[in-house]
Design a protein. Structure first.
Length: 163
């Protein structure tokens, strides 16, 4: 079950000290002993490149422990056996890459895991963008120009909303 031990411990302390604000900060030692870990992920990517240096095929396999398997979120966030938090940032890319395939495998490991601040994008964006940089370098194209060529037509005109 998804749990946050720090918050639970803070609530227990606050209950005993009614009316007193409580701020609980775990030491590194407490965090390692009592907290959850971020799941490890391994990526294997195979890319077919055309004569113009642009990708013609992309097969991306991610292997990592599911964050939501066995929780109430599983029914909503696991589709076709894939934990969507594992592949976000790749499966929903704004790049238009033909023959694009993403899959995931979720081994069951006896290590308690939970997300920390961000989920899939922390590892998927790193892998995908590093590979895009490598492809641009091989094609001798500026990395930004390369990415602009790869963008889906509807993503090219994106303008951030002002706040």
């Amino acid at each position: 079950m998804i749990d946050s031990h720090v918050q639970r411990e803070a609530a227990v302390i606050a209950k005993r000290l009614r009316g007193t604000p409580v701020k609980l900060v775990w030491t590194r030692e407490d965090d390692v002993r009592g907290g959850y870990y971020r799941p490890m992920h391994a990526h294997r990517v195979e890319i077919g490149v055309g004569p113009d240096g642009m990708p013609e095929a992309w097969r991306h396999v991610v292997v990592g422990q599911s964050l939501v398997a066995g929780t109430p979120f599983a029914a909503m966030m696991i589709k076709n056996g894939v934990d969507q938090t594992t592949v976000e940032g790749v499966a929903d890319t704004n790049y238009s890459i033909p023959n694009f395939h993403v899959s995931a495998h979720h081994p069951t490991i006896n290590v308690p895991v939970l997300w920390w601040r961000s989920v899939g994008n922390t590892h998927t964006a790193f892998v995908m963008e590093t590979l895009i940089d490598e492809l641009a370098t091989r094609a001798k194209i500026d990395p930004i120009a390369y990415r602009r060529k790869l963008l889906k037509p509807d993503a090219r005109n994106y303008e951030p909303r002002s706040i």
